[in-house]
Design a protein around this ligand. Sequence first.
Ligand SMILES: [Zn+2]
Length: 441
Amino acid sequence: MSGPLDDRLAELHGLPRDFGRADLEALQFARLNATIAHARRNSPFYRARRDWPEGEIRDRRDLARLPFTTAADLARADPSFLAVSQSEVERIVTLPTSGTVGPAKRVSFTAGDREATFDFFQHGMALFTRPGDRVVVAFPAERPGGVGDGLVAALTRLGATPVIAPSEASPAELADLLRRSGARIAAGPPVRLLAAARVSAADGGAPIRLDAALVSSDHASASLRRGLERAWGCAVHDHWGMTETGYGGAVECAAHAGLHVREADLLVEVVDPATGAALGVGESGEIVVSTLGRRAMPLLRLRTGDRGRLIDAPCVCGSRLMRLDGIEGRFGDAAVLPGGVRLSMPRLDELLFALDGVCDVAARLTEGAPSTLRLTIAATARAKGEAAATARAAIVADAGLGPLVTSGALRLDVVEAEGALLLARGKRRLIREDARCAGSS
Ligand SMILES: [Zn+2]
């Protein structure tokens, strides 16, 4: 027993079907050293670097000798990261920057880079998708070369039937599509699926029953997962990835005990976010990724800004691929409130998605003395009119945030939105602003 990802990895890279961790790591470091050579020869950014270590990188401990690549390096884009000629670039994806200023990041892919991603999507979806299944794809499709595109191609290869949800579809329309299509699987951003699940559970229509939901492109809190499981009776499979690393990164198997890393194409490490020192397996820190096969834009030790920990113990599903667990995106966005209380979007999600009527949440923290947290709640039609009060009560009941609100150390302002889904695309974040500059936005 090993599973579709391991079998495909062995087939593509000439490993024995019963390969072990040592075989896999030998493959990874051979591919890493080839990537370093390709980057140093062909990528202007890496060609300009002067701090290369002597000799080859032999194992995980040796990785620390290799300098990091940061998000700021990527955003600067000068010198360019591109390691192939423009004619070999098949797709360029422009990413908005995480802040409000600065140039957008451009990520390039060759046809081969995209092929590797389709292949990972296909075999990752095969963990819970069978040929003949209908799969509703609710990722925004207007960005060519994005996740939606790749997933549709991968599902078609798998023999499944993708049913594309229009990106402007409301939660009610998405629920309607799930009912009409006869799909047994849905794939989309977690909040988009949750909103459809909650609207469908409260609209008096026929219940939707799914086998599986794949969530990706944003944090999925435990409470959100429970909401999907309860509304649709489905298993939830999380996926982690980012455009910079070619989308596909790690996917959750039926054991639901972490996400199996795409290890033939990505070398994942976890480091101390403050010092950059390597952390041991099982320790939580910043996820760092090196690409192992990318031609257009090889990236070496990219600091992702996401938090997680690695698990190397064998998984009960039989896969030998390491797992990522405890993933929290953009942990640097978190604010520390009086008394050391940490405020982050995942923490708010955990509290607020536990409420049945809540479909989406936006949060803005205006920092001052005291700070003000403004929450915008999108609710089901049934919960409208009381969702703001319920959300406030949930915050006040929280052991960390509650005392700050009741003592006046944190002002809490909760409003309800019109629809059942806010318009935020991609990763939802805790927006932070300084009280001295607030007011105009
Ligand atoms: Zn597994």
